[in-house]
Design a protein around this ligand. Structure first.
Ligand SMILES: Cc1cc2nc3c(=O)[nH]c(=O)nc-3n(C[C@H](O)[C@H](O)[C@H](O)COP(=O)(O)O)c2cc1C
Length: 251
C-alpha cells in the first residue's frame, strides 16, 4: 500500500498565477485521457471538454469571468455537460430519451460526471507539477460562453479550469479544511448543533489565523464571515433560465 496520492491530494491549493509556458497538445491529451477514466454514471459519459487555444476567445472568456488567469495560463479547459451525443443516439433508437436529458436528474448526472472527470485531471496535472484553478466564474454569463464556444443544444458549460506551471511568486499554500469530525458521520448524521457550533468556532479561528499569517494581518476574516458575505450576495439568479435555454432542468 502506498499513500502517495494521499499526500498529493493533501498538498492541493488553487494556483492563480502561471508562467507563460503553454502545455503541449501531448500533455493535454494525457490529461483528458486520465479524466475520461473517471467513473461515469451508468456509463453515460456526459462530459465534453473544450480546450481554448485561440487568444481572442480566451480574452473574451476572461471578460466573462473578470479573472486574469483565464487568459494568462498554460492551458484553458472548459468542462461541458454534454447530452448532444445522446441526442444523436436518440435519433437512431426507437425509444425516446429526451425526458432523461431534460430532467433535473439528467442535470445532476451531468454535473457529477463533469466534476469527477475534472478532478481526475486536476490531480493528474498536479502530479505532473502543474497548478490548477477551477473557474466557476465562467457561469457569470452562460449565454456569452455558449456563443464564444459555439455550444449546441443539450450542452452546458459548467466550469473551466486553468492549468499551468506555477509562477515563482504564486505563493499559495494549502487552505485549512473543516475538521474531520465535522464532516464525517458514522451510520447516522450526528445533528448535535451545539457540538457543530463549537467545531465551527474553532475552525473560524484557524481560518482567521491562516489569512492573517498569509497577508501580514491585512485579512483576518473567519470562514463563517466569508461564507456569509458570499451567500448573502445574490449569485447568478439567471441560472434557471440559462439551463432551460440549453435544454436542461425542464422536468
Ligand atoms: C467548481 C469550482 C469553481 C471555482 N471557481 C473559481 C473561480 O471562478 N475563480 C477562482 O479564483 N477560484 C475558483 N475556485 C477555487 C476555489 O475558490 C478554491 O478551491 C477554494 O477557495 C479552496 O481553495 P484551494 O483550492 O486553494 O484549496 C473554484 C472551485 C471549484 C471547485
Amino acid at each position: 500500500m502506498s499513500d502517495y496520492v494521499y499526500h498529493l491530494a493533501k498538498q492541493h491549493h488553487s494556483v492563480r498565477k502561471f508562467k507563460p509556458e503553454p502545455l503541449t497538445r501531448e500533455t493535454v491529451k494525457k490529461l483528458i485521457e486520465a479524466g475520461q477514466m473517471a467513473s461515469t454514471s451508468s456509463y453515460l459519459q456526459t462530459t465534453s471538454v473544450v480546450g481554448v487555444e485561440n487568444p481572442e476567445k480566451k480574452a473574451a472568456l476572461k471578460e466573462v469571468s473578470g479573472q486574469p488567469y483565464v487568459l494568462d495560463n498554460g492551458y484553458l479547459l472548459i468542462f461541458v455537460i454534454d447530452y448532444n451525443r445522446h441526442d444523436l443516439v436518440n435519433e437512431q433508437q426507437a425509444q425516446d430519451m429526451t425526458t432523461s436529458f431534460e430532467s433535473a436528474e439528467g442535470l445532476l448526472v451531468g454535473t457529477v460526471d463533469a466534476s469527477l472527470m475534472a478532478q481526475n485531471i486536476a490531480l493528474t496535472a498536479e502530479d505532473m507539477g502543474y497548478g490548477i484553478v477551477y473557474l466557476g466564474s465562467l457561469r457569470n454569463d452562460v449565454t456569452r460562453v455558449r456563443e464564444i464556444l459555439d455550444l449546441p443544444e443539450y450542452t452546458f458549460p459548467i466550469f473551466g479550469m486553468a492549468i499551468g506551471v506555477p509562477s515563482e511568486d504564486e505563493n499559495g499554500t494549502p487552505k485549512p479544511r473543516l475538521p474531520f469530525e465535522h464532516v464525517f458521520h458514522v451510520d447516522t448524521y450526528d445533528n448535535d448543533r451545539d457540538m457543530a457550533r463549537q467545531q465551527l468556532a474553532t475552525y473560524d479561528e484557524t481560518v482567521s489565523d491562516y489569512y492573517a499569517e498569509r497577508t501580514d494581518g491585512r485579512r483576518t476574516e473567519t470562514w463563517s464571515e466569508q461564507v456569509a458575505n458570499f451567500m448573502s450576495s445574490k449569485q447568478r439568479l439567471e441560472m434557471k433560465d440559462w439551463l432551460q435555454e440549453a435544454g436542461f432542468n425542464k422536468k
